[in-house]
Design a protein around this ligand. Structure first.
Ligand code: SF4
Length: 494
């Protein structure tokens, strides 16, 4: 029998084809930048958990990637006699290998805590804990309690590397015990699948994105016939439409019954099938009527940390480290101002001050997708009381161009998306994010910030990143200026 790791068993639960590929063709997996950032955040959370659960500093961290899996199993067995905390304890039983994030001595038994960087308990965490408990107890380790430790998103960091209270525990002892037979059946089924000479025939579908984005998606998609007009481009699908596409396998939008489509989806279908652009300029002009000049166009780039690094922050709370503001004056003159803080300190105060100055006190503040910008403004106002009034005035002047675009414009090249990166090249072929060197999207901007604020980064590299970020953020606001002028049919003084 082959030994399957816990992560392979969880891959089987997501999709049987995935576990086969993980075992036989792992080189086909492509982890997205998001997945890699999630892994990095997970490591940081694990390190903080060790500090919290080992206040006396007498525990041991086992590192199988350094010492090898056999040695990790041997070391765990010897440490189980010590009655001290063990981190990444390794167990193997019934053809499964698993590592427990935290096990703590509890009388003659052990209390197990599985650490997650999410802010609540998800169903797939329950599966994870059930597997963990199954392997440990099958290996002969008595467990008194089994819990999942997740992030408390109401907790506020008070500084000085003090993270007590960051995690809350959900007790899953009874549930994990009750699922032993279920886990044994998963193991048996997964072993049968990986013993097959070829991968099971499974189409891509909703399982490819949940609970995790599957790294084999590009491979699986490349093996399937490509639809001419993909049904998955239809925006905002209802549960019935999602079921039709993801479960029943309808791939062409022309095959979707009319009755399942909203007016917006019909517009996308008709424009796509006929290769035509929809533009209701009168409607767009009417939506913008009443918003005069001067006009400001705002975009933020932000950073958030699962484990807060700045005093006063909650887990995952966003901080703007950059903004760009384009201003169109009453005379039509256009000006761009930006703010960028790559010092690695809390940028809130400096950002608030610069923003209040850049946005002036009158005229609309245009953004694209207001929920995000309004949230950033509100949270910034809470953290910087001396600029709260000015920030909330900006908040109240925000006008969102996204719903205007969605209601009044569609080009087939948008492929069902109204993200600024889909709309912009459809309207203006010369304005393309992919033509930017370096930073091209929000995820890359965040990664660039992390690199730039790393003390190991050279001054030259930091300067290069600053240039990339400035170009990227300015393009975002210039895009909204162009969009606004396009809707109004207005010439710009470029
Ligand atoms: S991409 Fe989808 S179908 Fe392919 S292995 Fe992953 S989950 Fe399964």
């Amino acid at each position: 029998m082959r030994t399957l790791s816990k992560s392979k068993l969880l891959a089987y639960l997501q999709c049987p084809k995935r576990v086969w590929l993980e075992v036989h063709q792992p080189e086909l997996r492509q982890d997205s930048a998001d997945s890699q950032q999630r892994f990095a955040a997970g490591h940081r959370v694990g390190a903080v958990a060790q500090a919290i659960y080992d206040l006396a500093g007498c525990g041991t961290l086992i590192e199988p990637h350094v010492i090898g899996y056999d040695e990790a199993l041997r070391l765990t067995a010897s440490l189980l006699a010590s009655h001290r905390p063990i981190f990444e304890a390794a167990f193997k039983a019934n053809g499964v290998f698993a590592m427990a994030d935290v096990i703590l001595p509890d009388g003659e038994a052990w209390r197990m805590v599985e650490i997650k960087s999410t802010t609540s308990v998800k169903d797939y965490h329950r599966d994870d804990v059930a597997v963990q408990a199954y392997v440990a107890t099958s290996a002969g380790v008595p467990l008194s309690r089994v819990a999942l430790g997740h992030i408390d998103n109401t907790w506020v960091y008070q500084g000085d590397d003090q993270y007590n209270g960051l995690f809350v525990e959900a007790d899953l002892t009874d549930e994990a015990r009750a699922r032993r037979a279920e886990v044994a059946a998963w193991v048996q089924d997964a072993q049968c699948i990986v013993a097959e000479p070829s991968a099971p025939k499974i189409r891509t579908g909703r399982q490819c994105r949940a609970p995790y984005e599957c790294g084999f998606f590009a491979h699986c998609r490349s093996c399937e016939p490509e639809p001419q007009h993909p049904a998955e481009w239809l925006p905002r699908p209802s549960p019935k439409l999602s079921y039709l596409i993801e479960v029943e396998g309808v791939t062409e939008m022309a095959e979707v019954p009319d009755v399942l489509l909203t007016p917006l989806q019909r517009r996308v279908r008709d424009c796509t099938l006929n290769g035509q652009t929809f533009f209701d300029q009168h409607g767009a002009q009417a939506a913008l009527a009443g918003h005069g000049l001067p006009a400001h166009f705002l975009d933020f780039e932000t950073i958030s940390h699962v484990v807060p690094v700045w005093k006063g922050f909650r887990p995952n709370q966003v901080a703007p480290f950059q903004f760009s503001v384009h201003r169109v004056g009453e005379d039509g003159a256009i000006k761009n101002e930006g703010f960028l803080d790559l010092f690695g300190r809390d940028p809130s105060e400096a950002c608030a001050e610069a923003l209040v100055a850049a946005c002036g006190s009158v005229g609309p503040v245009y953004v694209y997708n207001q929920a995000f910008e309004k949230r950033v403004l509100k949270e910034l106002a809470e953290r910087v009381p001396n600029h709260a009034e000015g920030l909330m005035r900006i908040h109240d002047r925000v006008v969102d161009l996204l719903p205007i675009a969605r209601d009044h414009y569609y080009h087939p090249s948008q492929q069902g998306s109204w993200s600024i990166k889909a709309v912009l090249p459809a309207m203006f072929h010369e304005l393309r994010y992919d033509a930017l060197g370096g930073v091209k999207d929000g995820g890359m901007a965040m990664a660039a910030y992390i690199e730039a604020t790393d003390p190991k980064t050279t001054a030259e590299r930091r300067q290069a990143i600053a240039t990339e970020l400035s170009r990227y953020c300015a393009l975002d606001t210039w895009a909204t200026v162009k969009l606004w002028a396009f809707f109004l049919g207005r010439e710009l003084n470029e």
